[in-house]
Design a protein around this ligand. Structure first.
Ligand SMILES: CC(C)(COP(=O)(O)OP(=O)(O)OC[C@H]1O[C@@H](n2cnc3c(N)ncnc32)[C@H](O)[C@@H]1OP(=O)(O)O)[C@@H](O)C(=O)NCCC(=O)NCCS
Length: 155
């Protein structure tokens, strides 16, 4: 998949760029205490590479002029209650200067197509109550149904 949207399936060589975008996502939401981008990218590299290589993930990047400016990552699991495979959005991130140009929507839509092609029946997204922008994006751009609350314990 690669067309004039700049969106394509991520390759292992994209892992450092995806790691950098992940760092910015986590810094934006204060969900990492690491303040050095290179340290963060080193630490994240094995899970980013694993996601890119896994048949249970769909990782897409948007690249313009040889710069990766956005990515999306979905995981796929089997849920008998849903009658088969469910996709979950793990991360979506568009670089600050590239936002509000339809890139997030284009990544979402390309990811949806890729999941459908893998037999996924349903997609779930967790949005944070603390971040209204992302909730508005999912309410407006993707028109998702608000289905349930998420309860969690960190192990
Ligand atoms: C959420 C995010 C991916 C959206 O990417 P984007 O490329 O700006 O999205 P789009 O341009 O496709 O936006 C489509 C519509 O969604 C809505 N929207 C997007 N961002 C919004 C915001 N910050 N506030 C309100 N509405 C927003 C708007 O209706 C927008 O249409 P418009 O620009 O014509 O008004 C991007 O803002 C981002 O990377 N945020 C930080 C990371 C994040 O929160 N990720 C989600 C959880 S992992």
């Amino acid at each position: 998949m690669s067309d004039d949207t700049g969106i394509r399936v991520a390759a292992p060589s994209d892992a450092p760029a995806v790691g950098r975008l992940l760092y910015r996502l986590k810094r934006q939401y204060g969900s990492t205490t690491i303040t050095d981008e290179a340290d963060f990218v080193r630490g994240a590299m094995s899970s980013v590479l694993e996601a890119i290589a896994s048949t249970s993930n769909v990782v897409l990047v948007a690249e313009f002029s040889e710069e990766v400016v956005a990515f999306v990552d979905f995981s796929i699991r089997i849920a008998p209650r849903a009658g088969g495979r469910i996709g979950a959005l793990e991360e979506i991130y568009v670089e600050g200067g590239w936002r509000r140009r339809g890139l997030g929507s284009a990544l979402w839509s390309a990811g949806r197509d890729a999941l459908r092609a893998k037999g996924v029946l349903e997609i779930e997204v967790i949005t944070s109550m603390a971040h209204p922008g992302q909730r508005q994006f999912f309410a407006t751009a993707t028109k998702l149904e608000w289905y349930a609350a998420v309860h969690r314990e960190r192990l």
